[in-house]
Design a protein around this ligand. Sequence first.
Ligand SMILES: C[S@@+](CC[C@H](N)C(=O)[O-])C[C@H]1O[C@@H](n2cnc3c(N)ncnc32)[C@H](O)[C@@H]1O
Length: 273
Amino acid sequence: MDPHVLPILKCPRCGASGEFDGASAGTSAVGCGRCDLVLDAGRGFYDLLDVSARGEPAATTAEQRFMESALVARAYERVWRPTFVRMFAGRGAGAAVGGFAGEMFIHKNALSLDDRDGPWLDLSCGPGLFTRAIAATAPGALVVGLDISRAMLEVAVGRVRGYTNVLLVRADAHQLPFVDGCFDGINNSGAIHAYDDAEQVFREIWRTLRPGGIYVGSTFAEAPTLTGRLAARIAGIRRYDPGELRAQLSRLGFSEYEELRLGGAFVFRARKP
Ligand SMILES: C[S@@+](CC[C@H](N)C(=O)[O-])C[C@H]1O[C@@H](n2cnc3c(N)ncnc32)[C@H](O)[C@@H]1O
């Protein structure tokens, strides 16, 4: 593991901040200096979801069960994502920005990727679509891709090969395994509708951002068609009222909230003062 990463890790077992040490556990593994947790990246990602105490997390929605499937993870970028964006946000959403290139353009500018040093967190990265794009745009910065789904990370491992500035970790967004104030920006595309307790995730985002750090996310506001609304309901996808999201983030202390509507979806940006 890149030695620059060790100081930003927080032990999910004992809560010790920045105590991981490569030397104590050999070269391919890192160990917590305070407790007995050892992390091994043999599979290409560090598993920071400490399941010894609470077991494997149960997927609480139909959507999340799909996210745990190896088949969906492999087909996610080419088939699943474009199909569901069209279904839940309308044809206009993708067309308005010209597909992923346009989406990335919006996120790149919202995160101010060209003007900031990182490190960056791609929270709920899936197979790493944004992780790779951020890593290519900011080659000198550390980019951490985090997801709870083992299947998604296994696909991401193959796709980030060649990006020397990327680290993949498995963890729960509700309990981020990072020290306070370590990220310059957090990208969080297409995921807040999937969390059991989005407010707890926002608190973790706040905690791990530096003062001045930027939070950029995207989610669904409304499904434009009856089929889309029905599919969202079956999948357990919560839709967000942008006004409520703005109020929620500002209650937590975020400022400078802005949003861009793209059909039934929207991209938002807020700053930790
Ligand atoms: C719809 S995908 C979005 C993936 C990617 N950000 C994108 O825009 O293509 C939602 C992702 O959120 C992840 N996710 C759901 N609950 C999570 C949690 N509690 N912690 C971390 N990731 C989670 C899923 O495993 C899935 O990969």
